[in-house]
Ligand binder design. Structure first.
Ligand SMILES: Cc1ncc(COP(=O)(O)O)c(C=O)c1O
Length: 389
């Protein structure tokens, strides 16, 4: 079956009610036919039975099965948020005395975990510059256990060659973890290029309509099992209700990502060379510094683009205030187009130097291109740029 069809057709076994759309098992726990069965459910880990929705739930399992299939992974775990997925991955595989090597251009909360929390528990870190992949090998230490990257990164849209990273990691037994949130499996499959684990904030394009939070991690069974035990015992599990919403959303993921990307490309072309902008960045624009890598590992450029408004923070604010249709909010991957200003919001906890190091200048605006008619999105942005001197 093609992945577009699997995204629609992977579904929980039909119940006696003969429902067509997938059922929602909104239940905290599950019952047993006998005391013996109940005892066995707890004592025999090899039994594939549901006990409690913190451990497993058929609706959540359906969501995991879909993402695992689309990513080309054997198995997965689902979490309440994308950050719970990131944190659970770190907690499962990193121990006191270990070292994580991460791209410096990572989502703000991931940066906070790496720099503020992991060191408290004796896990050291080094950052590398995604624009200088040649510098990575020298940063690997004997205790490096994980290499972590977002590609494209949020919000800088930096891109790195996953196959190149896998070649560094494999011989050294370093886990290669890729946050695939910006691309989604409809656009990029990091496991095919050698990643060990793929993480998503399902809150973004996987939901696609800005309704629920969720996270998911997929990979080989032997890596997922310890993550399952961590999540089952510590509790950052996904709600079955959210899993139902997200699983239904996946049915339209491919068609949505195609439209997000074609509109984003049209917007990028309309804005390139605009006199009020310093630069426009989009993975499939020839001017993107890693255009060749984007073309190699992504099916399209995704739904996010950024630009730098000349005049920095003041003109950035004027631009946002002049928008008529686009929403001012920090989410992304919604059917509604969104404008955000990372320097004053998601990345405000970083110092100015740290922000500059990952390309977040004062005038940087991130557009999450939605599913409205592309002409309306372009028109709103052009009129907002024309609205100030
Ligand atoms: C790349 C990336 N990873 C992780 C997260 C965290 O996801 P969540 O907000 O679902 O916890 C985000 C959120 O914006 C993100 O953009």
């Amino acid at each position: 079956m093609h992945p577009e069809s699997s995204a629609i057709r992977i579904q929980t076994d039909r119940t006696a009610e003969k429902e067509h759309s997938t059922p929602l098992f909104l239940t905290s726990s599950f019952v047993y036919d006998s005391a013996e069965d109940m005892g066995a459910a707890f004592s025999d880990d090899s039994l594939d039975v549901n006990i409690y929705s913190r451990f497993s739930n058929p609706t959540t399992d359906e969501f995991i099965a879909k993402i695992a299939s689309l990513e080309g992974a054997e198995d997965g775990v689902a979490t309440a948020t994308g950050m719970a997925a990131v944190f659970s991955t770190f907690m499962t595989f990193l121990s006191q005395g270990d070292h994580i090597l991460s791209a410096s251009a990572v989502f703000g909360s991931t940066h906070t975990i790496i720099t503020k929390f992991l060191p408290k528990w004796g896990v050291g870190y080094s950052y590398f510059d995604m624009n200088a992949p040649d510098s990575i090998e020298a940063l690997i230490q004997p205790n490096t256990k994980m290499l972590y990257v977002e590609t494209p990164s949020n919000p800088g849209l930096d891109i790195i060659d996953i196959e190149y990273l896998a070649a560094l990691c494999k011989p050294r037994n370093i886990l290669l973890v890729v946050d695939n949130c910006f691309a989604t499996p409809a656009v990029q499959q990091p496991i095919a290029w050698g990643a060990d684990l793929v993480i998503h904030s399902a809150t973004k394009f996987i939901d696609g309509q800005g309704r629920v939070l969720g996270g998911v991690v997929v990979g080989r069974k032997e890596l997922i099992y310890p993550m399952y035990l961590f999540i089952r015992n510590t509790g950052p599990s996904m709600s079955p209700f959210n899993a139902w919403i997200l699983s239904k959303s996946i049915e339209t993921l491919f068609i949505r990502m195609d439209r997000h990307a074609s509109s984003a490309m049209a917007l990028a072309k309309a804005l390139e060379g605009h006199p009020k902008l310093n630069k426009v960045k989009y993975p499939f624009l020839l001017s993107h510094p890693q255009y060749a890598i984007a073309k190699k590992q992504m099916k399209n450029g995704g739904g996010i683009l950024t630009f730098e408004i000349i005049g920095g923070i003041e003109n950035g604010k004027k631009f946002l205030n002049a928008l008529k249709m686009l929403s001012l909010t920090n989410n992304l991957g919604d059917s509604r187009s969104i404008a955000a200003h990372p320097a004053s919001t998601t990345h405000s906890k970083l110092s100015e130097n740290e922000r500059n190091a990952v390309g977040i200048t004062p005038g940087l605006v991130r557009i999450s291109v939605g599913l409205e008619h592309p002409d309306d999105i372009i028109e709103d942005i052009l009129q907002a740029l024309a609205a100030f001197v």
